[in-house]
Design a protein around this ligand. Sequence first.
Ligand code: Z5A
Length: 213
Amino acid sequence: MSMSRGRFITVEGGEGAGKTSNLTFIRAFLESAGKQVVFTREPGGTPLGEAIRELLLGHRHTGMADETELLLMFAARAEHLQEKILPALQAGSWVLCDRFTDASYAYQGGGRGISYQRIGMLEEFVQGNLRPDLTLLLDLPVETGLQRAGKRSDPDRFESETRDFFTKVRDTYLAIAREDPERVKVIDASPSLEQVQGQLQATLTRYMEKLDA
Ligand code: Z5A
């Protein structure tokens, strides 16, 4: 793609990591730096993707096969890339996405136990060589995250999982970050919101300085 292509930034994290609380901050920070930001989420981001999200998160299909879950994630992603993400990047916008393929490795791979190799095949098939330019991983101990998330009502199909599941999710995210430290920046999400946002600001500033250098 040309040099004027926008940047693709994803935000990841386990239960109660504070994605919602911090995404608004990240978006405002990028906009104040003069970037045109397209804000979106997975699963979802398009009308078809949001319909798939309802199937995935609702409790109507509690016994869904793990493979079905994975394929639905990638079906929503194919639509999202085609309809929203790629056109926005080509138009020079920065795309800020609440979760992306790292979540498939963490939840369907680590959590459900589907092999990373299989997930890699779908990644290749759906994305070709497109990967996020920068991923911000909000990390915190499972226990702290569950306590924070516990204050919300109506847990969705994933939020109803066990501690063991969320531990595997966290470990997988951290393993991805160790393997790809250039792309994935780990943000300690356990201190106050103000301190978390300080880390986010420092990481984004460094990232933009590097691009301009
Ligand atoms: N999923 C998947 O399995 N595979 C895939 O490929 C993809 C997704 C793409 C939906 O995602 C589910 O889809 C997700 C994984 C799966 N399942 N889960 N769980 P989602 O992103 O829409 O759902 P979520 O994980 O529940 O995200 P969320 O709503 O953004 O929640 P959050 O990260 O827990 O953030 P929060 O609501 O901002 O924070 C939780 C509470 O903590 C809230 O009361 C805040 O006020 C509080 N908080 C936040 N930060 C702080 C600090 N620093 N101190 C104290 N309290 C805080």
